[in-house]
Design a protein around this ligand. Sequence first.
Ligand code: SME
Length: 165
Amino acid sequence: MNETILVDKNLSLEEKYENLIPQIKNLLSPSDNLITNLANCTATLKQTFEKISWVGFYIFDGKELYLGPFQGKVACNIIQIGKGVCGAAAQQRKTIIVPDVNKFPGHIFCDADSKSEIVVPIFHKDNSLFGVLDLDSYEYDSFNETDKKYLEEICKFLTSEIINS
Ligand code: SME
């Protein structure tokens, strides 16, 4: 297994994802533990995109979202479905881009310096909720439709190849 992720910092956002995604698909493996795969997935994103202050998974246990593998400062352990950006994305089953977290009613501040955020829901193969992938930034307006497109592709890969059921 190749454990090095190489993405040229001078590439455009789209090119960075186009370079990164094959490397994620190579690094993550259904034969590895799920936590191992999710942990390395957060690391690939954090080390590729300087704009990310925090990236991690919240995983649905049938009732609420609990903190999974992440990179960044300590974060809230539990998020209720419908609460915050993570809970809203889980409830609405769609990606939410928040250019200014101060303008998102009910946003949960795990880090007071966080300014913008994107949350992508993740599903099991049977379409039930697995959890969410949450990315935060210390800059306003850090995430756009390009991030949405490629992060959704990564989450679909997790559904089809990495999450076991
Ligand atoms: N801001 C998120 C909570 C998680 S932290 O940002 C890591 C939210 O509103 O759901």
